[in-house]
Design a protein around this ligand. Structure first.
Ligand SMILES: [Fe+2]
Length: 306
């Protein structure tokens, strides 16, 4: 079975307090590449190995946080079918016209029960990864900073975790790869739309619509360590790591952008195939599930969201 529905996280649109310091951070420290600015003042960026036009959109606002996250689907027919599936569940659909994002086709926007806005779309202009597709190289020259290969996943906080997970699994074709439960109550769910260990995750918390982090992928543990060196060298606000998660087995370091949005630099994690048994954790093992070495919860990590 190939991927025939939602392909991957396509973009995160986040709010920043001051645009230019944010752009400088995402280019010089995170190592993303600016691809466009629009007449609404938004700045579009991509990770170097993404071929599509952008994966991060920055907008200046009075408070940080997530405006919406977009997922790319395989084609227009899938976009229409998923929009119809959402509508059939009583989810309000907003049609966003082609071109509202630079280089992007029509989008379908909707809000999930945890209060977050998501989008689906089938087209984004291909701008390439800085190397030819015929006889390519390994890595373009002149990358800056951490230089992740892609936007990987995001983790969000909200109250009605069950409602959001139901939409993602029953309408959008995601699978829960790992979860944490207190008795019968799921308090965290990690979901995949393909072969990655997670593409989106939700934690049950009373405040809706909150962003815990967006994550960028690097190729190795060495790259995570180098990312931490870059975070330190640039005096960026550090959260925790480098360390390893129990959930996903991923290796990680966390920091904050200049507006306080948490970023993760992530690598590893096992392959997810649809016949793999999901992993379950009990709430009393949450410290080990989050940080398998320290086995301690960190207040700032648990409570700081945008
Ligand atoms: Fe993460």
């Amino acid at each position: 079975m190939g991927m025939n529905g939602v392909l991957r996280p396509g973009h995160a649109a986040i709010r920043v307090l001051d645009l230019e310091p944010a752009v400088t951070y995402y280019i010089e420290v995170m190592g993303l590449i600016e691809t466009a600015r629009d007449d609404r003042g938004r700045v579009y960026l991509k990770a170097w190995d993404e071929h599509d036009h952008h994966s991060l959109v920055l907008r200046e606002a009075d408070s940080p946080g997530l405006d919406y996250m977009g997922f790319k689907v395989v084609d227009d027919a899938t976009l229409d079918a998923m929009a119809a599936g959402l509508a059939a569940r009583g989810v309000a659909i907003e049609a966003v016209p082609a071109g509202e994002h630079v280089g992007t086709g029509r989008r379908v926007r909707f809000r999930v029960p945890t209060g977050h806005a998501f989008e689906l779309y089938a087209h984004k202009d291909i701008v390439g990864n800085g190397m030819p597709t015929m006889n390519p190289g390994i890595r373009p020259d002149a990358l800056k900073g951490i230089a992740p290969v892609r936007l990987d996943h995001a983790l969000m906080y909200g109250a009605d975790l069950d409602g959001t997970v139901a939409l993602f699994t029953e309408v959008l074709g995601f699978q829960v790869t790992e979860s944490v439960a207190a008795g019968d109550t799921v308090i965290a769910a990690f979901l995949s739309c393909g072969a990655k260990v997670h593409d989106i995750a939700f934690v049950r918390q009373p405040a809706d619509g909150k962003l815990h982090h967006i994550a960028f992928y690097v190729d190795s543990w060495d790259d995570v360590l180098r990312a931490a060196d870059t975070i330190a060298a640039n005096d960026v606000s550090h959260d925790l790591g480098p360390t390893r998660h129990g959930i996903s087995r991923g290796q990680t370091v966390y920091c904050f952008d200049p507006s306080g949005n948490r970023n993760e630099v992530f690598t590893g994690g096992y392959m997810w195939y649809p016949d793999r048994p999901p992993l379950k954790w009990t709430a009393d093992e949450l410290p080990r599930a989050l940080f398998i070495h320290e086995r301690k919860l960190r207040d700032s990590f648990m409570s700081v969201v945008t």
